[in-house]
Design a protein around this ligand. Structure first.
Ligand code: C5P
Length: 208
């Protein structure tokens, strides 16, 4: 069984995906971490974010510990991730890993939960269940701001909001695998919901 969860930044898809994976004892893949790892390594190694060949080398050579990069969740890496994610050769270099994860979940698990932007549309169009998790921009920016503030109290809300708008626009308008709900995805708007309510709604979709 494959559960595909897509949606924009800070909509709550990671929280939901982790809870569903724990509930069903499935493997979980945060596909955004792959793009973030490429972005983080490019920044570390001063590889230009337009240097497609150099970025493909990074994407093809990712190892597990790259996903634990200490700066993976910083605004600079978020921005770099969304830029490298717009490049088709980078996306191609990461595709097989994601499909293999879904088709043969590690640890002999009976299923996989993947979250990202194009899981239901491109990576696993054959997923058993597809959810599109969204929330209005102010709610998402506030969630992200509160999260970032735990590490850096000086982070400014307006900056977080503007970064989110830029990233949304880039993710939605890129030519390859733009962020959009699959035709057969169930939409859940989390703006007014608690994490528990989102989880219950997702479970009821899966049970139906
Ligand atoms: O989900 P997260 O915010 O960690 O993803 C970081 C960036 O990676 C996104 O802004 C998006 O540009 C890119 N991404 C993508 N496709 C995915 C997952 C993430 O393009 N499946």
């Amino acid at each position: 069984m494959i559960i595909a969860i897509d949606g924009p930044a800070a909509a709550g898809k990671g929280t939901l995906a982790r809870r569903l994976a724990a509930h069903f004892d499935f493997a979980y893949l945060d596909s955004g971490a792959l793009y973030r790892a490429v972005g983080a390594k490019a920044l570390d190694q001063s590889i230009d974010l337009d240097d497609v060949a150099g970025l493909v080398v990074l994407a093809s050579g990712l190892i597990g510990e790259d996903m634990a990069h200490p700066h993976l969740r910083t605004p600079a890496v978020s921005e770099a991730a969304s830029r490298v994610a717009a490049l088709t050769p980078v996306r191609e270099a990461l595709k097989d890993f994601q499909r293999n994860f879904a088709d043969s979940p590690p640890g002999g698990k009976a299923g996989a939960v993947l979250d990202g932007r194009d899981i239901g549309t491109v990576i696993c169009p054959y997923a058993t269940f597809k959810l599109f998790i969204t929330a209005n921009r102010n709610v998402r920016a506030e969630r992200r701001w509160l999260e970032l503030r735990e590490k850096d109290p000086s982070v400014i809300y307006d900056r977080v909001f503007n970064d989110l708008v830029v990233r949304d626009r880039r993710d939605e308008t890129r030519q390859d695998s733009p962020l959009r709900p699959a035709d057969d995805a169930t939409l859940i708007d989390t703006s007014m919901l608690t994490a528990d309510q989102v989880f219950e709604q997702a479970l009821s979709v899966i049970a139906s």
